[in-house]
Each structure stands twice: as structure tokens, then as C-alpha cells.
Design a protein around this ligand. Structure first.
Ligand code: THU
Length: 145
């Protein structure tokens, strides 16, 4: 974990705070259908951290993801730029944001600037930029003229 941590372009304590916030949020996950509990935490341009969990619904497509929830909290908390996002989920497969969440994150970040980190209770497991996860993205600049 420490090699991985030092390869992330963020202070170690910030990564640790993001991981704790995401794991704490995961405790609130409402995932009775998939049983796949997710917690996320977004770091905004003010250095504040906003957390969220996934919230499923008996009408399955109406559920929403932890990253979406965390972004909602960022907006309500006055943040407009996502600098980093930590997503946490259990299992042998390393969690990674779904396509819809990648696009939602794109709204609030330049893809090359947003650090996306995957973790679990054991620590950080992988990291990417949003550009790596969502290359050649469609974003707000496309609607400027
Ligand atoms: N999920 C998230 O909350 N974030 C991800 O990055 C991947 C998937 C949720 C959606 C659904 O509640 C459950 O995980 C299984 O797909």
C-alpha cells in the first residue's frame, strides 16, 4: 500500500482522510439487492471532503451510486471542482466507477486533473486519472459555442 500511496499526487494524509471518509460512508450503504456496498468521498477545490454511499431501490434502475451521492453533497456544500475521488467496495475485483459516474465526475473536473482512487478496508488498491477512465470525453466545453 505505501508504494501505491506515494505514487498518488496528493499528500498522504489527504488520501488517508479520503479513504476513511469513503469507508465510513460505506457503512450507510443501502444495497439490499446487489449486496454490493459502496462508499465514496470527493475532495473539492477548498480541500473539503464530501462522502456518499450507494442507495438502491426495489425498482432496480432507480438506485444511485456512491459517487453520485458524494457529488451531490459536494455541490450542496459549495464545492464546484472535484480534485480527487475515493471509491471503496469489497471483493477481489478492484472497484472502479461506472460509466455514468465517470460522466458525472467529468462535469466537475478536467479529466487529466481528477485523481480517481480505488480502495477497501485494506487500503488503496489502484488509482487513475479520469482521463484514463474516460478518454476523449464529452464535457461542458462542447456546449460553449
Ligand atoms: N456502485 C457504486 O455505487 N459505485 C461504483 O463505482 C460501482 C457500482 C453501486 C451501484 C449498485 O448499487 C451496486 O454498486 C452494484 O452495482
Amino acid at each position: 500500500m505505501s508504494d501505491l500511496l506515494s505514487s498518488i499526487a496528493l499528500p498522504r494524509d489527504v488520501v488517508e482522510r479520503l479513504l476513511k471518509a469513503a469507508l465510513d460512508a460505506r457503512q450507510h450503504s443501502h444495497a439490499p439487492y446487489s449486496k454490493y456496498h459502496v462508499g465514496a468521498a470527493v475532495l473539492d477545490e477548498h480541500g473539503r471532503i464530501h462522502a456518499g454511499c450507494n442507495i438502491e431501490n426495489a425498482a432496480y434502475p432507480q438506485g444511485w451510486c456512491a459517487e453520485t451521492n458524494a457529488l451531490g453533497h459536494m455541490i450542496m456544500g459549495g464545492g464546484r471542482i472535484a480534485r480527487a475521488v475515493m471509491v471503496t467496495g469489497a471483493g477481489s475485483e478492484i472497484i472502479t466507477p461506472c460509466g455514468g459516474c465517470r460522466q458525472k465526475l467529468r462535469e466537475f473536473a478536467q479529466p487529466q486533473d481528477l485523481i480517481v482512487i480505488a480502495g477497501d478496508a485494506s487500503g488503496v488498491r489502484a488509482h487513475w486519472t479520469l482521463e484514463q477512465l474516460l478518454p476523449a470525453s464529452f464535457g461542458p466545453d462542447h456546449l460553449k459555442n
